[in-house]
Write a protein that binds this ligand. Structure first.
Ligand code: 0RA
Length: 629
């Protein structure tokens, strides 16, 4: 996708100042919490990605710095520095101080930049207490500094160079953000997506605080993306890859079935992850169902089951797929603006995928047959399970209220103030029931490990007693019947021991939520509690949450008496209240969809047949697992 470099500074539109951004930051970046903070990085990186898509940038280096700043450096053409004809300031200053400035975006066919709304780097500048830009261009290195979006120096030449590129370092403003630390895993997950969607671009993530580094590069794009997603699963065939350019659309699809029961479809529009789906995903699903049904009928395989046709669920069992669309002017809808709304896209994707996939099936009958037989298996299981499901579900003990007998519910019916604690183990569950604020906090103890939702079929998972209890306590139902308005609590907090078993159960539960109630994660309902690891006895008890923190205390005062908590069950109910349940003093961590995706992968690895990655994981995490997930 080469575009010609016909840029002039006058292309840049001047819209409005940046005061509005500081007044209402959430309007521009979604929130001023963790998500908003990370959005700043995406905003800067997306500009470099645009430069890569235009064919001028091969490498982006993102560094988390010790002083709390982030540096994004690319080897693109460099933001232009010529003087704007009416504003009489360098174009780079215009780009950094004017909202929506950046003439290049207006002319581009694919407005890929800008993550959420394509708001641009000026928004990052406005929300940073300091920002330094360095541009390498025309033989010189230029530099300029800003504070809260305003220049505090002129653009200066600070050296000579033969290279080109842009380097932006910014310090998020503590006056704006409630959270200031960057999460390596969240950034890595997003950069991995970008790398798979922009083959040929190398992204390097460096954490100068934890001394970590990841290099991400994909030469085959979506094909490698599905392979990576299926890494610890047994796959049925090589990835199927379809690509079609139609008018000003580019549609790319990669498909690979594995032997699990789960469906994993990821959609991207202009590299933005459309978590809530949309018309491109509907079009894809319709096409897939039709093509497989047609193939099953044509090859006389359908007669093996006593059904007219295969359902959408049948064809998506064990499916991993990526649908990536590049298009001008996408309309994003939904709660988190991640649902594609353009209505014409459904039909277009449907017809493109139908045609290319049936062609592929014609040319690759072995793969087509393998997939169809797997889908027929799913259909057979569905039919058989229908009756069994009803029977099994009745086994669960529910109290008169219809709620699980084990649930100690809270008395308040004001949803917005209530919380559900899901607690590992009956004994910790008992302490939590004693410790809790009975009005606002409900407690559901779990008996050991919940059922393995990946190895078991969906029907079996849903009918296990522990899972049924969780579903009933939460109230929303699952799958197609999920209804968020029926949720019975405003927070659902997973409370497990700070040890390997605890982190394992946490992984299981997160996988369960991700698979069956992803909307709860997307809407910020799911949390994990962070129980302390140690108590230090002084005139007052001090609770310590990590080994690093403990070292600090122990170095400073050697006389302190230190107790290690082996598990939640060991704490008195006062201690449990103080450290883990009292909203004023406890620590809890909100779960984001990236955390759940990670848990899901970890989970497949821990539970799956892939012994090698399981072994590596356990070795690498043996220490860390006792601290955190
Ligand atoms: C406007 C025009 C040109 C490049 C860029 C912006 C540009 C912006 C960013 C932001 C981060 N990295 C970037 N790299 C490039 C094209 C200038 C030309 O015609 O040479």
């Amino acid at each position: 996708m080469k575009e010609k470099s016909s840029y002039t500074a006058s292309d840049i539109k001047v819209l409005e100042g940046l005061e509005g951004v500081r007044k209402r930051p959430a309007m521009y970046i979604g929130s001023t919490g963790k998500e908003g903070l990370h959005h700043l990085v995406y905003e800067v990186v997306d500009n470099s990605v645009d430069e890569a898509l235009a064919g001028f940038c091969k490498k982006i280096v993102v560094s988390i710095n010790k002083d709390g700043s982030i540096t994004v450096e690319d080897d693109g053409r460099g933001i232009p520095v010529d003087i704007h004809p009416t504003l009489k300031i360098p174009a780079v200053e215009v780009a950094l101080t004017r909202l929506h400035a950046g003439g290049k975006f207006d002319k581009k066919v694919y407005m890929i930049s800008g993550g959420l709304h394509g708001v641009g780097v000026s928004v990052v500048n406005a929300l940073s207490e300091k920002l330094v830009v360095e541009v390498k261009r025309d033989g010189s290195i230029y530099m300029q500094e800003y504070a809260q979006g305003k220049p505090i120096s002129k653009l200066k030449v600070i050296g000579k160079t033969e290279n080109t590129g842009t380097k932006i370092t910014f310090w998020p403003d503590p006056e704006i953000f409630s959270v200031l630390n960057f999460d390596y895993n969240i950034l890595e997950t997003r950069f991995r997506e970008i790398a798979f969607l922009t083959p040929g671009l190398k992204i390097i993530l460096i954490d100068n605080i934890k001394n970590k580094k990841t290099e991400i590069f994909s030469s085959l794009g979506l094909i490698e993306f599905v392979k990576w997603l299926n890494e610890s699963k047994e796959v049925l065939h090589k990835p199927i890859y379809l690509k079609k350019e139609q008018g000003n659309l580019i549609i790319e699809v990669a498909i690979q079935y594995n032997n699990t029961y789960q469906e994993n479809i990821f959609g991207f529009v202009n590299t933005i992850n459309t978590v809530e789906g949309g018309t491109h995903i509907s079009g894809f699903k319709t096409a897939l169902t039709r093509v497989i049904n047609d193939y099953a009928k044509k090859s006389n395989l359908l007669k093996n089951i006593k059904e007219e046709s295969l359902t959408g669920d049948d064809v998506r069992e064990g499916l991993t797929a990526i649908v990536s669309l590049k298009m001008p002017d996408p309309q994003f809808e939904g709660q988190t603006k991640t649902k594609l709304g353009n209505s014409d896209i459904k039909g277009i994707v449907d017809s493109v995928v139908s045609q290319s996939l049936s062609e592929f099936f014609e040319e690759n009958p072995l793969i087509a047959k393998k997939i169809t037989l797997k889908v027929l298996d799913s259909a057979r299981a569905r039919i058989a399970a229908k009756k069994a499901k009803e029977l099994v579900r009745r086994k669960n003990a529910f109290s008169l209220s219809g709620l699980p007998g084990k649930l100690a519910d809270c008395s308040s019916r004001k949803k917005e103030e209530t919380e559900l604690y899901i607690v590992e183990g009956e004994s910790a569950g008992g302490s939590a029931k004693m410790a809790r604020d009975k009005e606002r906090q409900a407690v559901l103890p779990l008996k050991g490990k919940i059922i393995n939702v990946e190895k078991a079929s969906p029907t079996k998972s849903l009918s296990s007693e522990e899972v049924a209890n969780i579903i009933t306590a939460i109230g929303t139902g699952v799958g197609e019947n999920f209804d968020i308005s029926k949720v019975r609590y405003s927070k659902i907090i997973i409370m497990t021991d700070a040890d390997v078993d605890g982190s394992h159960i946490k992984t299981l539960l997160l996988t369960f939520f991700y698979r069956f109630m992803p909307q709860l994660i997307e809407n910020g309902y799911i949390y994990v509690s962070v129980p302390p690891l140690y108590r230090i006895r002084k005139n007052k008890d001090i609770y310590v949450y990590s080994d690093e923190e403990l070292k600090k205390y122990v170095n400073n005062e050697s006389s302190a008496e230190v107790t290690r908590f082996k598990g939640l069950g060991e704490m008195s109910s006062e201690q449990l209240w103080e450290t883990t349940m009292n909203p004023k003093t406890r620590k809890i961590k909100k779960i984001y969809i990236e955390d759940a995706v990670e848990a899901d992968k970890t989970f497949s690895m821990l539970m799956g047949d892939d012994v090698l990655s399981r072994k590596n994981f356990i070795q690498e995490n043996a220490q860390e697992a006792t601290l955190d997930v």
